[in-house]
Design a protein around this ligand. Structure first.
Ligand SMILES: Nc1ncnc2c1ncn2[C@@H]1O[C@H](COP(=O)(O)OP(=O)(O)OP(=O)(O)O)[C@@H](O)[C@H]1O
Ligand SMILES: [Mg+2]
Length: 370
């Protein structure tokens, strides 16, 4: 729709309301033209031209005075909506000035608050990055010493001592995983996540990851099925995408009761590819589905902590997928199951091109759900 500015609208309406009586008078004069003295006709024409000009000038002045400052205000509000504050620099000398001044001081306040929040966020990310890095450094010698002890290189161990050391090793691994996750999240949040992209087949990567995860799912008697479509080679970071698929499968196993089912699918999606991990587990509410990608978010904290985890896996998945230029989605129904699907473009950060059919049917929405 063509948008006409407020000042143009006021200008046009004032002009028309000023000119309408003139047009009516002219129409009434036409039949009398032959009987009117030429001098009088000349005078009438002059008066009309002067009236038209003054109407145009007055209309322009009023529209400039009233509507243009409002137009400027509207433009600034729109820019602010898009995250950029530009003060309105109009002075009308009337009540409109109060509105403009209030808007300008509100804008300055909001800008200040946003700046403070950004600084706070940067400080938090930096703190996260430095602490997780520093805490990770002693982990390597700790793990090495533990290995030496467990392999009895430093002397024989009783069964009790071995069990105790094994417990320390399990918890050290857990702590190391958590620190690694914290480090990755801080890299994602500060835009420092490095990818090692390579054009390669995706199918083998998905299949290998599924095979690797099968024994883990088997412990809960959960079966992992595959549905693989032939997909042309695309560019991605192999280790990072494996991490995403492992995270999704590990979640599916964690939140699906014994004897459940998981389906991992690979499909073409436009000129890229789509991977989905679907389970028939405990599911998520619509609201939780929107929040699961936030760092540290866990729906049922107690249960999640029981099965292990800090609520960082999906935030990392989202960061990795988005660094590739893709998108990750959650679709779920409580007590029915959950599907996490993500697509990858053919090249890192390249815009994906969908076929006409995919645009019409919105293939990503409900694609993997029944
Ligand atoms: N397949 C799923 N079914 C039901 N709920 C899920 C599923 N996947 C994730 N969730 C919910 O989303 C939360 C966040 O998942 P996320 O993977 O980020 O963290 P986590 O698994 O708890 O811990 P971490 O991955 O850091 O070890 C989970 O705690 C769980 O509540
Ligand atoms: Mg997880």
């Amino acid at each position: 729709m063509v948008r006409i500015s407020l000042s143009s609208k006021i200008y046009i309406s004032l002009l028309f309301s000023g000119l309408t009586p003139l047009i009516i008078i002219s129409l009434l004069l036409i039949p009398l033209i032959d009987n009117i003295d030429t001098r009088l006709l000349y005078n009438i024409s002059m008066i009309m031209i002067a009236t038209i000009l003054s109407t145009a000038l007055i209309s322009r002045f009023l529209s400039l005075h009233i509507a243009e400052p409002i137009d400027r205000l509207i433009n600034s509000v729109k820019k602010m909506e898009a995250g950029k504050f530009e003060p309105v620099s109009a002075k009308t000398g009337d009540d409109l000035d109060i509105l403009i001044d209030a808007f300008n001081s509100m804008g300055r306040e909001v800008t200040k608050v946003i700046k403070n929040l950004k600084e706070l966020d940067e400080a938090k990310t930096q703190f996260l990055s430095v602490t997780s890095h520093e805490l990770r450094t002693p982990m390597t010698p700790i793990k090495a010493q533990l290995q030496m002890l467990l392999k009895e290189h430093l002397g024989g161990l009783t069964d009790k001592q071995k069990k105790s050391l094994e417990m320390i090793e399990r918890n050290t691994e857990r702590l190391d995983r958590l620190l690694q996750e914290l480090l990755t999240i801080s890299r994602i949040q500060s835009g420092r996540l490095k990818l090692i992209p390579k054009k390669q087949p995706l199918k083998e990567v998905v299949e290998e990851t599924v095979s690797f995860m099968k024994p883990f799912a088997g412990k809960k008697n959960i079966d992992i099925e595959k549905e693989m479509e032939e997909v042309s080679e695309i560019e991605f970071d192999r280790d990072k995408i494996i991490e995403v698929i492992e995270n999704l499968i590990s979640n599916a196993v964690k939140f699906t009761p014994e004897g459940g089912k998981i389906m991992v699918s690979l499909k073409r999606y436009g000129n890229g590819a789509m991977i989905a991990v679907k389970d028939n587990g405990i599911g998520l509410s619509e609201e939780d589905c929107k929040n699961v990608f936030k760092p540290f978010f866990q729906t049922d904290e107690w249960r999640s902590r029981q099965v292990g985890g800090a609520g960082l896996g999906l935030a990392i998945c989202k960061g990795i997928v988005e660094a590739h230029g893709g998108e990750i989605r959650c679709e779920s129904k409580p007590n029915k199951g959950t599907t996490f699907s993500f697509y990858l473009p053919p090249k890192i950060r390249e815009k994906i091109e969908l076929s006409q059919e995919e645009v019409v049917t919105g293939r990503i929405e409900g694609f993997f759900t029944e």
